[in-house]
Design a binder for this molecule. Structure first.
Ligand code: NDP
Length: 276
């Protein structure tokens, strides 16, 4: 069975839209892009479509690649201080001359809609998060929406990145799963992945996970988005795995649409915090 993300994504958007309609002051999101990356522009467009749909406002701040650090920090500072702005989204990666952690740390955590600041990541790790990194958040919501029991289950995560693997492990632990994280130095990978009741893959290698790596009846969540030579998209999990998995998210159309939609939940959580 395929766990498609479109219905959940629509539910999230419609719930947010209804809430925004009830608000006198509408949430405003500032999106900062340093440089000219095309995929970041595409992402801003999909964020604009989303914010338009739910009735929020999006302000786009495209900055030149060679902008001095001080100007970027001044912009973040001004947005932090501006009461009209609910949230700030900073496109990653930043050009290599920037110290990423220094810039991220300047975002006021109460406006950090992508959960990238050390403060919000720290809150997440002590189970007190108000916002959550969008991709792990969408993986957990997909499991819950499809009534897949997480508590007590053996969850194996492929990938330990700061934006996906690590926070996903924290969030699954909070749901009482037994969690293992694998990475490029993991030995006997197949033996580990085969133990998984729920296998979550985020390594960025097309069709890497094959049938022989998956237990019969496992739930498989494929986070990977890999562009093939012919321009089509593939996940980290080979399509043949669908035959032995009890259910599996497709790529495209699984985790991706939920990840985009779920940011509005973070925006509204911060809006509530700012107005409480
Ligand atoms: P990163 O490149 O930051 O991390 C990849 C991880 O995979 C690393 O921890 C790496 O290990 C591990 N890895 C790489 N090769 C192997 C291997 N052969 N065996 C075991 N582990 C391996 O990727 P991201 O986390 O940023 O993204 C992962 C994928 O998810 C990408 O395809 C990306 O496009 C997609 N993505 C999808 C999103 C969505 O909304 N659907 C959102 C964000 C990302 P090590 O640490 O040892 O190097």
């Amino acid at each position: 069975m395929l766990l498609k993300g479109s219905t959940l994504a629509k539910n999230i958007k419609d719930t947010a839209k209804a809430k925004v309609e009830s608000l006198e002051k509408k949430p405003v999101v500032a999106v900062i892009q340093v440089g000219d990356d095309e995929s970041a522009k595409v992402y801003t467009k999909s964020m604009k479509k989303l914010t338009d749909y739910v009735g929020m406002k999006l302000l786009d701040y495209p900055l030149k690649e060679d902008i001095p650090k001080e100007e970027l920090l001044d912009l973040i500072d001004a947005l932090n201080k501006n009461d009209e702005i609910t949230g700030i989204f900073l496109h990653m990666p930043l050009p290599s001359n920037f110290n990423k952690n220094e810039i991220i740390s300047k975002i006021d955590p109460i406006k950090d809609i992508d959960c990238i600041t050390p403060h919000n990541i720290g809150l997440l790790s002590i189970d007190s998060g108000v916002v959550f990194p969008c991709t792990p958040y969408s993986c957990v919501e997909i499991l819950k929406y499809n009534n897949i029991e997480i508590a007590g289950k053996e969850c194996v995560i492929l990938g330990r990145s700061i934006i996906v693997g690590k926070p996903l492990a924290t969030m699954l632990l909070k749901e009482n799963a037994t969690v293992t994280i694998c990475h490029s130095k993991t030995k006997d990978l197949k033996e580990v992945t085969k133990r998984a009741d729920i296998l979550l893959c985020a390594i960025g290698k097309a069709n890497f996970v094959t049938e022989d790596m998956v237990k019969d009846g496992a739930v498989v969540v494929d986070v990977g988005i890999n562009v093939l030579e012919d321009g089509s998209l593939a996940g980290d999990v080979d399509n043949t795995v669908e035959k032995i998995a009890s259910c599996m998210t497709p790529v495209p159309g699984g985790v991706g649409p939920v990840t985009v939609a779920i940011m509005v939940k973070n925006i509204l959580s911060l809006y509530d915090l700012q107005n409480s």
